[in-house]
Design a protein around this ligand. Structure first.
Ligand code: F0G
Length: 306
């Protein structure tokens, strides 16, 4: 959808790609349906992933659908409530690791080598094959784009978009955004203790590091950092002025555009990777408060009009 208010502020035509409208509320479904189908074909009995939340929700859903067991390893206390509810509802075994996402990913990689369990993180090539379809959709619907603005965590999605664009001959500048407290690609070195309000991209050592840097270089793009305050400003701006509620990590791409402007691009697509309902707690602590009211007309009048 065209984001008129964001466009005004950025000084370019900015389009939003709403990935929160996928079945489990994030872009992960595009790749997960492929990865789980491949796991079934290969005769796997179970799937496993490390996750900051959305991959876990998606893996759990597609595993349930396929009749496979699912196990997800998440950083304890660091995933949004909605995502946890999804993984549990879909019947996955949810393991809360006393460690961060990077530690969880290293562990599941080893586990998948030792047991007949399919690893469905974006190190799995089928994930990228599915996720690249988002780039096809953008090319179909918008034609030529000057830039794609996208949040970066484990760097699978930016890699998948670039693959998809290349397959169609499109070459938008790839603008990747990391949270300032979790910006290894910006610093050029892993971050041992990543921290950010955008829990989905709280990642210190992305698996698709080389590919993301390659996409940036080949497209004459950039990978830069935005602060938590900038992410939250964009998060609120989208909700209040575009009527679009995304999760905090998803707002990083818009935050980057609001901060740096259009920089010669005339037409930009911004990927809103996950739905705002995934993370009600952040919304409730960062938005206005509710007004208590007695059930009487004057009190209601005062509350509504006052
Ligand atoms: N936005 C959201 C909402 C995410 O959940 C993620 C990644 C990203 C952006 C970044 O995408 O990792 O391909 O660079 N979430 C993963 C997860 C890590 O476990 O759900 P990426």
């Amino acid at each position: 959808m065209l984001a008129e208010r964001v466009s005004e502020r950025v000084g370019a035509e900015v389009w939003l790609k709403l990935e929160g409208a996928n079945p489990t509320g994030s872009f992960k479904d595009r790749g997960m349906t492929c990865a789980v189908s491949a796991a079934v074909r290969e005769g796997a009995e179970a799937v496993i992933c490390a996750s900051t939340g959305n991959t876990a929700a998606s893996a759990a859903a597609y595993a349930a659908r396929a009749g496979l067991r699912g196990a997800v390893i998440v950083p304890e206390g660091k995933i949004a409530t909605g995502k946890l509810a999804q993984a549990l509802m879909h019947g996955a075994r949810v393991i809360a690791l006393r460690g961060n996402f990077d530690a969880a990913l290293a562990l599941v990689r080893e586990l998948a080598q030792r047991h007949p369990i399919a690893l469905v993180n974006s190190v799995n090539p089928f994930r990228l094959e599915g996720q690249k379809t988002a780039a096809f959709e953008l090319v179909d619907e918008l034609g030529a784009l000057d830039a794609l603005s996208i949040p970066v965590g484990n760097a699978g999605n930016i890699t998948a978009y670039w693959k998809g664009f290349q397959e169609t001959g499109a070459r938008p500048r790839m603008l990747g955004w990391q949270a300032a407290g979790a910006a290894p690609l910006v610093h050029g070195a892993p971050v041992e203790r990543p921290e950010t309000v955008a829990s989905a991209i709280r990642i210190g050592n992305p698996a698709r590091w080389e590919e993301a840097m390659g996409a940036m270089a080949a497209s004459h793009g950039a990978i830069r950092a935005v602060s938590d305050a900038e992410i939250l400003d964009a998060y609120r701006f989208l909700a209040a002025h575009e009527g679009v509620f995304c999760e905090p990590a998803s707002a990083a791409g818009v935050a980057g555009l609001l901060k740096h402007g259009a920089e010669d691009s005339r037409r930009i697509a911004c990927v809103l990777t996950g739905h705002g309902l995934k993370d009600p707690q952040t919304a409730l602590t960062r938005a206005g408060s509710v007004l208590p009211c007695e059930p009487e007309l004057p009190a209601v009048e005062h509350a509504v009009l006052g």
